[in-house]
Design a protein around this ligand. Structure first.
Ligand code: UDP
Length: 474
């Protein structure tokens, strides 16, 4: 048994010398929680370097807040330094090239750093990049894999990777109970890549491949918290040295222990903060529906129209994030027609929006970060999952945590405008909404407690740091 972690002078001094690389997959939904974790390590005395791709670093908008946290930045290459993923011929082409060039450039980075003042002791690497562990081992460095998805989703991928799940999962299978999960799932609740096999082969390989070498990792870190998924966390903890460390969101929205940590600090998109917050400030309390599908989901033109008309006919005002690349699908004249009740922006400070007293409901694609953020800020959700792990998150939002509703799609997979309108009323005014809000407020307290001093995630982070330090050469 490992000794419990005690902060004492010796550990504090040795902690200062430990150097962690935090290597993230280059998308907003991955860099946000990993940068947040990097900030925590730094706050607790480690030297931390955040590593992402050349292209991403050139694209990132670094906010004022981020410069204060003194985290060094380094890059590797995904093979698309000029244009990133957008310039790849396909998702498969992108990942194949990344898997070839990524390990080579990570090796070069480690070679360079090994002769520097601060050689690297541990790589905290994104579970999407399992080859990082092989590189780390070549240098005799510890490897901690960081999962940016829920443990429920991770457990499903683990079963798929081990061949313990009949694939593809299909509607005809009825309900399937995966060991470790607390409730059975239907096909629609599974991560989409397990149902549409062959839709994105390299992406399938990547999500399932997160578990390809997990047995060799020194630590498993998960952006969730024990109280949120106790059954599956306990089940997975029997297999690996797993530590829940989340929710990895800026401190100001949780325990407020990192001063001035009020946003993630990096954005791949240009924000319209001032206009957005000014508009929200003018709205009455709990009157606004906030709508966002995150950084990657693409709605079909028909779905976009139905959503737009649903928002128009709903009684509530709305703030709708439509990324620039999606703007062409907004119905003609919609923005002008609804300007009295709605505001459409291309990107917003989501945490600030969710924390605003005017917001009463979040129409979301159920990305894992958005889910954790809404839950940590006590905002009930209307789930409109699109693909990847979002269907599983939606199932938990509705049936496990009971903090929202799912908007049901028709046989064509489209959520119609009257469904949107009806669900908004139900959340803003109905009994389900009241119960969801009460539960969301409860989760908000539990999330805070988990990250605050002595909470489950805080203790786990302390233990992780103690182990990194323990293994340092004197
Ligand atoms: N986000 C934001 N502004 C927006 C929309 C999203 O800052 O207008 C942030 C959001 O707070 C979250 C991340 O982008 O941290 C999206 O991650 P998520 O896992 O929810 O979805 P993904 O983009 O990975 O599909």
């Amino acid at each position: 048994m490992d000794k419990p972690f005690h902060v004492n002078r010796e550990i504090m001094e040795r902690t200062r010398k430990a150097h962690c690389l935090v290597l993230t997959y280059p998308t907003q939904g991955h860099i946000n929680p990993m940068l947040q974790f990097a900030k925590l390590l730094h706050h607790k005395g480690l030297k931390v370097t955040l590593v992402t791709t050349h292209f991403l670093l050139n694209t990132l908008q670094l906010h004022a807040g981020s410069s204060k946290c003194n985290i060094a930045l380094e890059t590797i290459s995904d093979g698309y330094d000029e244009g990133g993923y957008a310039t790849a011929e396909s998702a498969d082409a992108y990942l194949n090239r990344f898997w070839e060039i990524g390990p080579q450039t990570l090796t070069k980075l480690l070679e360079r750093m090994s002769s520097s003042e601060y050689p690297v002791d541990c790589i905290v690497y994104d579970a999407f990049l399992p080859w990082s562990l092989d590189v780390a081992k070549k240098f005799g460095i510890f490897g901690a894999v960081f999962f940016t998805q829920s443990c429920a989703v991770g457990n499903i991928y683990y079963h798929a990777q081990k061949g313990l799940l009949k694939l593809p999962v299909s509607g005809g299978d009825g309900e399937i109970l995966i060991p470790g999960l607390q409730l059975p799932l239907e096909a629609v609740d599974f991560p989409s890549f397990l149902c549409d096999l062959g839709s994105y082969p390299a992406v399938y390989d990547m999500v399932v491949g997160q578990f390809s070498n997990v047995d060799e990792a020194d630590w498993i870190l998960c952006n969730t918290f024990h109280e949120l998924e106790p059954e599956v966390v306990d089940w997975m903890s029997k297999l690996w040295p797993l530590k829940t460390i989340g929710p990895a969101i800026p401190s100001m929205y949780l325990d407020n222990r990192l001063k001035e940590d009020k946003d993630y600090g990096v954005s791949l998109f240009k924000q319209t903060n001032d206009a957005c917050m000014k508009w929200l400030n003018e709205q009455p309390k709990v009157s606004v529906v906030y709508v966002s599908f995150g950084s990657g989901a693409e709605l079909g033109a028909e779905q976009m129209e139905e959503l737009a008309w649903g928002l128009r006919s709903s009684k509530s005002n709305f703030l709708w994030v439509v990324r620039e690349s999606e703007a062409g699908k907004i119905p003609k004249g919609f923005v002008e027609e609804t300007s009295e009740k709605g505001f459409v922006v291309s990107w917003c400070p989501q945490l600030e929006v969710l924390a605003h007293e005017a917001v009463g409901c979040f129409i979301t694609h159920c990305g894992w970060n958005s889910t954790l953020e809404a839950l940590s800020l006590g905002v009930p959700m209307l789930a409109m999952p699109q693909w990847t792990d979002q269907g599983t998150n939606a199932k938990y939002i509705v049936d496990v945590w009971k903090i929202g509703l799912k908007a049901l799609a028709d046989e064509k997979g489209i959520v119609r405008k009257d469904v949107v309108e009806h669900c908004i009323i139900e959340i803003m005014e109905g009994e389900t909404g009241k119960e969801s809000r009460r539960n969301a407020m409860k989760w908000k307290q539990v999330a805070r407690k988990a990250t605050d001093e002595g909470g489950s995630s805080d203790k786990n982070i302390g233990e992780f740091i103690a182990k990194v330090v323990q293994h340092l050469q004197p």
